[in-house]
Design a protein around this ligand. Structure first.
Ligand code: ACO
Length: 400
C-alpha cells in the first residue's frame, strides 16, 4: 500500500476515489476482513468462535480493550452497565412524548442519543479518559433502553423500567415485550439467538457508519455526537437499513404474485432501480461469513419458536436463483448479513421498523472501539477529503 497523503503532497496530485473504493483512511488493530475468502475476525478471533461461545458484553470488551476480559473484568463491566441503565426521568417522560408515535425508531434512537448528551455536558471531554470510559458504559447501558422505548411508543404501550437482575439481552427483551404489571419470562431460545445476532454485528471495520463515527470524532466532538451521527449513517438502505428493506422486498414479492423469477429479471434489467436487497457488499466478494451463520440460525430459531414463515422459504428461493444466475455470478454478489436477519427478528416479534435499531445496538461496541482507537492514535488528524472543482470559472456579478 502507498501512503497517498505524502505522495500527493510531494507531487501535487489529488487522488479521486468515489466511494473510497481504494482509499484507507486509517490503520486499525480491531477487525480483520478478507473479502475474497469470506473471513471475519475481531482482534484475531474468528467470528464463528465468538458467535458460538461468547457473549455480547464479552465481545464488546474484546473490541474496545483488545483482549478477552478475565471473569472478574467481565463481571465488573456487566455490573457497571447494569448500574447505568436508567434514563433521566425528564428524558423518559418528556422526550418521547414530544415525538409522533409514527416516528421511525432509528430517528428516535439517534435523537435520543443527542438528547442524552445534554445531561452529561460536564463529563464529555474527549481528552479525559475517565469521561470516555464512563460514557462508553452509559451508551452501552442506555442505548437499548432508548431503543425499547422507541418500540413501546410506536405500539402505544407503557414504558417499563430496566430490570437489572437480568442479563443485558434478557433485560432488553423484557423492556420490549414485557407489559406493565404482568410477569414476563424470557424465552432462552430467543435470548441466545438475539445475543448471537448482536455479536455478529458488533464490528465490521471501516463501513459507512463506523467511518462516520470516526470522521465526527476526528473533529473533537464527543462520543454522543459521534454515535448519534453513526446511527443516522446506518439507517440508509444501502447500509444497515437493508435489513428492513429485505423484509419489505420479500413481502412485496409475495403480495405482487409475480414470482421470484420475475423479480430477479427486474433486478437484472435494473427496472425502476430495483436491487436485490441484502445482496452484494463492498468488501465481500464471497459468501459473507455472518450471513452463513445467520442462515443456519434462521431455521433453528424459527423451529424452536414454533414459527413457520413463508418469507423464509421465499428468501431461500431468491438466494438459490440468484446464486445460479450469471448476472450475480459475474458481479460476485452473495447474500450479506442483512439477508436473513429480518426473518429471525420478525419471528421474535419485532416490527420491521425496529430491525435497523437492533443492528445499531449490535454495532455500538464497534463504534465505541473505533472512537477510542482514533483518539489514542497520535497520527489522527481531522478527516477532511479533497474535491476536484468542476464548477464555473470566475465570473462577474450582474451589473458589477
Ligand atoms: N442487486 C443488484 N445488483 C447489484 C446489487 C444488488 N444488491 N449490488 C450490486 N449490484 C451490481 C451493481 O448494479 C453493479 O452493476 P454494474 O456493474 O452493472 O453497474 C455491480 O453490481 C457492482 O455494484 P456496486 O454498486 O458498484 O457495488 P458497491 O460496492 O458500490 O455497493 C452495496 C455495495 C451498496 C452493498 C450494493 O451491493 C447494494 O446496494 N446492495 C444492496 C443493499 C444492501 O444489501 N446493503 C447492505 C450491505 S451490508 C451492510 O451494510 C451491513
Amino acid at each position: 500500500s502507498i501512503d497517498v497523503s505524502t505522495l500527493t503532497r510531494q507531487t501535487g496530485y489529488t487522488a479521486l476515489d468515489y466511494g473510497f473504493v481504494n482509499t484507507a483512511a486509517t490503520k486499525s488493530d480491531i477487525t480483520f476482513i478478507d473479502g475474497d475468502q469470506g473471513i471475519l475476525r475481531y482482534r484475531g478471533y474468528p467470528i464463528e468462535h465468538l458467535a458460538t461461545h461468547s457473549s455480547y458484553l464479552e465481545v464488546a470488551w474484546l473490541l474496545i480493550y483488545g483482549e478477552l476480559p478475565t471473569p472478574e473484568q467481565l463481571e465488573r463491566f456487566d455490573d457497571r452497565i447494569r448500574h447505568h441503565t436508567l434514563l433521566h426521568e425528564d428524558l423518559k417522560e418528556r422526550f418521547f412524548t414530544a415525538l409522533p408515535h409514527t416516528a421511525h425508531p432509528m430517528a428516535v434512537l439517534s435523537s435520543g442519543v443527542s438528547a442524552l448528551s445534554t445531561y452529561y455536558e460536564d463529563e464529555s471531554d474527549p481528552a479525559n479518559p475517565d469521561h470516555v470510559e464512563l460514557n462508553m458504559v452509559r451508551l452501552l447501558a442506555k442505548l437499548p433502553v432508548i431503543a425499547a422505548y422507541a418500540h413501546k411508543k410506536s405500539v402505544g404501550q407503557a414504558f417499563l423500567y430496566p430490570d437489572n437482575s437480568l442479563s443485558f439481552v434478557d433485560n432488553f427483551l423484557k423492556l420490549n415485550f414485557g407489559v406493565l404489571s404482568e410477569e414476563y419470562e424470557v424465552d432462552p431460545v430467543m435470548s441466545r439467538a438475539l445475543e448471537r445476532l448482536l455479536i455478529l454485528h458488533e464490528d465490521h471495520e471501516q463501513n459507512a457508519s463506523t467511518s462516520t463515527v470516526r470522521l465526527v470524532g476526528s473533529t473533537g466532538a464527543d462520543q454522543f455526537a459521534s454515535i448519534s451521527a453513526g446511527i443516522h449513517a446506518l439507517s440508509g438502505p444501502l447500509h444497515g437499513g437493508a435489513n428492513e428493506a429485505v423484509l419489505t422486498m420479500l413481502a412485496q414479492i409475495r403480495d405482487s404474485g409475480q414470482g421470484v423469477q420475475r423479480f430477479v429479471e427486474k433486478v437484472k434489467n435494473k427496472e425502476d432501480g430495483v436491487k436485490l436487497m441484502g445482496f452484494g457488499h463492498r468488501v465481500y466478494k464471497n459468501y459473507d461469513p455472518r450471513a452463513k451463520l445467520v442462515k443456519q440460525s434462521a431455521d433453528e430459531v424459527l423451529e424452536a419458536l414454533g414459527v413457520h414463515d413463508p418469507l423464509l422459504d421465499l428468501a431461500k428461493e431468491l438466494e438459490e436463483i440468484a446464486l445460479n444466475d450469471d448476472y450475480f455470478k459475474e458481479r460476485r454478489l452473495y447474500p450479506n448479513v442483512d439477508f436473513y436477519t429480518g426473518v429471525i427478528y420478525k419471528a421474535m416479534g419485532f416490527p420491521t421498523r425496529m430491525f435497523t435499531v437492533l443492528f445499531a445496538i449490535g454495532r455500538l461496541p464497534g463504534w465505541l472501539a473505533h472512537w477510542r482507537e482514533l483518539h489514542q492514535d497520535p497520527k489522527t488528524k481531522i478527516g477532511r477529503p479533497q474535491q476536484l472543482y468542476t464548477g464555473s470559472p470566475e465570473r462577474d456579478y450582474p451589473g458589477v
